[in-house]
Design a protein around this ligand. Structure first.
Ligand code: SIN
Ligand code: CO
Length: 374
């Protein structure tokens, strides 16, 4: 299924992206749910899949993490099942993310799908994500408040709610509608009719994650070994003071390390292509030889990228799933980033270089790409 969004992206970016929430009415015409509630419930029984159940039996909030063994104890009202990264596990659902490639791939986090029965929902909360909540089957009333400081509290150790807020959006969503919410705007979805909702989430890294991950890279690659030096040292009156110019020099040492564009790109490419959610990786068994990969492509077969795999170009380097695609054939590596389906045509001359085919064989044998015949 090919989902099309009837949306003026330029206008959306200018007026709403990271600025304010909006309801985009009927932007997916004739919406058909890519997954059934039963399939979703089945996914939440798998140990690799990240899922949650949120309910309010007799008015008290409850939350638990999957995998779940059964749903028999749940009634007909007041609960919701949420499954993360369904785009990694269910190809028809992954198709829902494709029309969002107007936005940069590197900003995408995952597709979360929720199933909720009447009265169900996760309660009023704030996310640090941009989210496009697509309404599938059923209907839900969504309330979104303005971005203002609000008290947060935990009605259950696994839930973080906000105090009541005045809505700036208060609308019932119908199949094919999308509610876009930038980070920091409180929201609450209340289910009228048993519903499926699809949240396409975008998440920007915070500096804490950047710095700590960069520090790991520095250690692994033995960078930044130079010590502080001060051949210009002068006598000082107060031996116990670290002078401002010294602090500045120390800060400069740290900034210099981050300021090496080559190291920065090498690190960032690994960082940004490392998935935050499990992937459905199955290494090729038995492994392919390079010549088999070459022959198949030349005979017209295509390679499909594993759903949810992060493949990005950073400067003139390309990365897949936290690894450098180590090749001087930039055009071919770029094509691996750009297109989810790859054939001889997109790879061009690079296919005639055995070193490139060996790199490709590594990617296929790792389970990152697979031939569309199995
Ligand atoms: C839901 O689908 O119930 C939760 C989506 C959200 O509030 O982020
Ligand atoms: Co939310």
């Amino acid at each position: 299924m090919d989902y099309q969004l009837d949306l003026d992206w330029d206008d959306f970016l200018n007026r709403y992206w990271q600025k304010r929430p909006v309801v985009l009415k009927n932007v997916i015409k004739n919406f058909i749910d890519p997954i059934s509630p039963d399939e979703l419930a089945g996914l939440a029984m798998e140990s690799e899949v990240d899922s949650r159940l949120v309910s309010q039996p007799n008015g008290h909030w409850q939350a638990s993490n999957g995998p779940f063994e059964s749903y028999d104890h749940l009634g007909e009202k007041g609960w919701s099942l949420l499954v993360q990264a369904v785009n990694h596990w269910h190809a028809p659902s992954a198709a829902l993310v494709r029309p969002f490639r107007k936005l940069p791939d590197w900003r995408l986090d995952d597709l979360m799908i929720s199933f909720s029965v009447p009265g169900g929902g996760v309660g009023p909360h704030i996310d640090q994500y941009d989210v496009f909540i697509i309404q599938g089957m059923g209907s839900r009333r969504w309330r979104v408040g303005d971005k203002k400081p609000l008290k947060q509290y935990c009605p259950h150790p696994a839930l973080l709610h906000v105090e009541p807020f005045d809505p700036i959006i208060d609308e019932d969503l119908e199949p094919g509608d999308i509610l876009y919410i930038p980070p920091g705007f409180p929201h609450d979805g209340y289910t009228h009719e048993t519903a499926l909702n699809y949240s396409v989430g975008y998440r920007g890294p915070n500096s804490r994650d950047l710095i700590s991950n960069f520090a790991d890279y520095v250690l692994e690659h033995d960078l930044g070994g130079e010590h502080y030096s001060d051949p210009d040292l002068k006598l000082r009156e107060h031996p116990a003071v670290v002078e401002n110019y010294e602090l500045e020099r120390l800060r400069g040492m740290m900034i210099n390390l981050i300021n090496q564009p080559e190291d920065f790109n090498q690190w960032f490419g690994r960082f940004v292509t490392t998935s935050r959610h499990e992937l459905d990786i199955a290494p090729a068994e038995p492994a392919y030889r390079s010549d088999e990969i070459y022959d198949s492509l030349v005979q017209g077969e295509s390679l499909i990228r594993l759903s949810g795999l992060r493949v990005l170009r950073v400067g003139d380097l390309c990365f897949a799933n936290g690894e450098l695609i180590d090749t001087p054939h930039l055009e071919a590596a770029d094509a691996l980033c750009r297109y989810p389906l790859i054939s001889q045509k997109e790879l061009g001359d690079a296919l005639e270089d055995p070193a490139f085919v060996a790199v490709l064989a590594h990617l296929v044998n790792s389970g990152y790409w697979y031939f569309n015949d199995y």
